[in-house]
Design a protein around this ligand. Sequence first.
Ligand SMILES: Cc1cc2nc3c(=O)[nH]c(=O)nc-3n(C[C@H](O)[C@H](O)[C@H](O)COP(=O)(O)O)c2cc1C
Length: 211
Amino acid sequence: MNIPIIPKNALLLGLFALIGTGILASIQHLSKDKIADNERQQLINKLNLVIAGDQYDNDIFRDRIYRSHPLLDENNTSTIYRVRFQGEPIALVLSVTAADGYNGEIKLLLCVDVNGVVKGVRPVRHKETPGLGDGIEPKKSDWIYQFANTSLSNMGKSAWAVKKNGGHFDALTGATITSRAVIRAVHKGLQYVQMEGSSLYTVASMGEEIK
Ligand SMILES: Cc1cc2nc3c(=O)[nH]c(=O)nc-3n(C[C@H](O)[C@H](O)[C@H](O)COP(=O)(O)O)c2cc1C
């Protein structure tokens, strides 16, 4: 059978489009896996900086829940990872977001132990100015370490501020706005943990899908 020339080209075009779509779909699938792997590794690396690997034995990446609350993030859903040893709760790792950084949102991981004490805070994503606000990164300055061992019970409400406002925390030099934003986000995260109590550990895990 003689296929007319135009439909033949159309057929070829269609075939190429199909192959192209297939290739794109596979790349997308592979990069989704890669992103999930990176996210898992980043979380474990950051967690290991604040809790030694031998202090927990659960798969924190799977043992997670999602919560939408302005104390955690004013715009997006947050992930809360549960850290356990032999089934007993050890700590929570919460993704919290300061909406009011100097250059927009500052995404943080806040690790709070079962007694409501901060084990550590680490920046995950931000656009603060190099040489000023980026001092929140532990590789740039020690500033972020100030939060270790703070809690709502050992520090009253007015202490959750920079020293120049009568609070407990040093400000990053030339980056008071960034400093205030991070202090506020950590304080709000702790308030959320206190408000929700032990339910954050007991509610069923929501698995490892990425929102
Ligand atoms: C180009 C430029 C970038 C800045 N980046 C930041 C920043 O990343 N974080 C920050 O807190 N302040 C930043 N500032 C400075 C703030 O405007 C403000 O002066 C600083 O937070 C100090 O606040 P203070 O006057 O209350 O001490 C920047 C200023 C300029 C001109």
